[in-house]
Design a protein around this ligand. Structure first.
Ligand SMILES: NC(=O)c1ccc[n+]([C@@H]2O[C@H](COP(=O)([O-])OP(=O)(O)OC[C@H]3O[C@@H](n4cnc5c(N)ncnc54)[C@H](OP(=O)(O)O)[C@@H]3O)[C@@H](O)[C@H]2O)c1
Length: 354
């Protein structure tokens, strides 16, 4: 099978992606070869390419963490999949391609009638938000959570999934232009440029979102969980509003390590040390950790299939949706990266026409 792949060929800001043609051999035993219809584009792809995530792939590599497509052929011993089945998968890298071979157990069936681009638009963002909410922080009704970047791809996924839990008070940070989106999903919106989120959380807040001393909702002004993709000193500030005796910081990104196209590895390292490692030494019941889907899978091998299937079911039932989806042909991945650098609203998806 002839495939087109987009490679990240260096760590630079310009001329970093290259389209190459590759021959994909027949799938080995236990694997399936998939004709990819759509692949999600995420900020993490750019962070990997620029080399700011420790342990990430080295150029040349094919970026892209999620794919959806149709099984084209299966290797010996594969009984759960047949050619023609539509499937989705999460991968560490390799998504920007028209064809991919993966172990059969990584391919999760897509419900009938769901648009492939819609699957690529939700797969990674909603999967990781789902895992962080349900498997890591185990958020339940009656709790309070803080979601940073709440109008972004993963942030909005948190908001929508928390709405499905019900009875969760959500604080969501965003820039002024995006506060309405956060409010529309029932969260208490915090303008991160003009308000100190820690002060807003610490203030006495009632569940309707009004800062109101009379209702005295929580005199301690803390959260049960904070979800932070910003990094650096931001981790420490998120940690500072956790409830003692059980609050949990779930860090999952390092946006601060790449600002205005410039790498700042020191910020990333400081965030880890001061926001993740040192706080865990304090015996006050607050816990911190960096979410990593692949590490969680090692501890809970069944979680990958269960959680991706759950996200696809929610999509099929119209219970989740990204803010907007923009599709571009796979061969225009360079434009997708340029949009990521500029700060895109909504989700970018690359589609294959082969
Ligand atoms: N660990 C993992 O497995 C994993 C997987 C996927 C993504 N990620 C990480 O998740 C992060 C978010 O990805 P995404 O695709 O959701 O990006 P996105 O759609 O671009 O959203 C990022 C949001 O962050 C907001 N933001 C920027 N600076 C902020 C600040 N100082 N305080 C609060 N919010 C701020 C922006 O809000 P405004 O537009 O309102 O300014 C933007 O909406 C990235 O760091 C990515 O690397 C991690």
């Amino acid at each position: 099978m002839q495939t087109t792949q987009v490679y990240a060929v260096n760590r630079e800001q310009a001329n970093c992606l290259e389209v190459r043609a590759t021959e994909l051999p027949a799938p080995p035993a236990g694997h399936a070869r998939v004709r990819v219809e759509a692949a999600g584009v995420s900020y993490g792809d750019l962070l990997f390419q620029r080399g700011v995530i420790p342990g990430g792939p080295k150029p040349p590599f094919v970026p892209g963490c999620d794919i959806v497509g149709v099984v084209e052929s299966v290797g010996d011993g594969v009984t759960t999949l047949r050619p023609g089945d539509r499937v989705a998968a999460l991968v560490v890298s390799g998504g920007y391609t028209t064809g991919i071979t993966l172990p059969a157990e990584r391919l999760v069936p897509v419900p009938e009638g769901v648009d492939p681009a819609a699957v690529a638009a939700v797969a990674l963002n909603y999967f990781i938000a789902y895992q962080m909410l349900h498997r890591v922080a185990k958020v339940r009704s009656g709790q309070r959570i803080l979601v940073h970047g709440a109008s972004g791809g993963v942030g909005l996924a948190f908001l929508q999934l928390a709405e499905h839990i019900g009875g969760v008070t959500v604080f969501g940070t965003a820039s002024a232009a995006n506060l309405d989106v956060v409010r529309r999903h029932g969260a208490i919106a915090i303008d991160y440029n003009n308000q100190d989120f820690a002060n807003v959380v610490r203030a006495t807040v009632d569940p309707a979102g009004e800062i109101n001393a009379a209702t005295a909702y929580d005199e301690y002004g803390t959260v049960d969980a904070a979800f932070d993709p910003i990094g650096g000193p931001h981790f420490w500030r998120s940690y500072s509003v956790l409830r003692k005796g059980g609050g949990r910081l779930v860090a999952y990104g390092q946006s601060e390590a790449l600002r205005g196209g410039k790498r700042n590895m020191a910020i990333g390292a400081l965030g880890f040390l001061g926001g993740i490692i040192l706080p865990n030494l304090k015996p006050d019941g607050r816990r911190t950790g960096f979410y990593n889907a692949w590490a969680l899978e090692k501890k809970q091998p069944q979680a990958y299939r269960e959680d991706l299937a759950q996200v696809l079911d929610l999509l099929s039932a119209d219970k989740i949706a990204p803010r907007s989806t923009t599709t571009l042909p796979l061969t225009e991945a360079t434009e997708a990266f340029a949009q990521l650098e500029r700060g895109v609203t909504g989700k970018l998806v690359l589609t294959s026409t082969e």
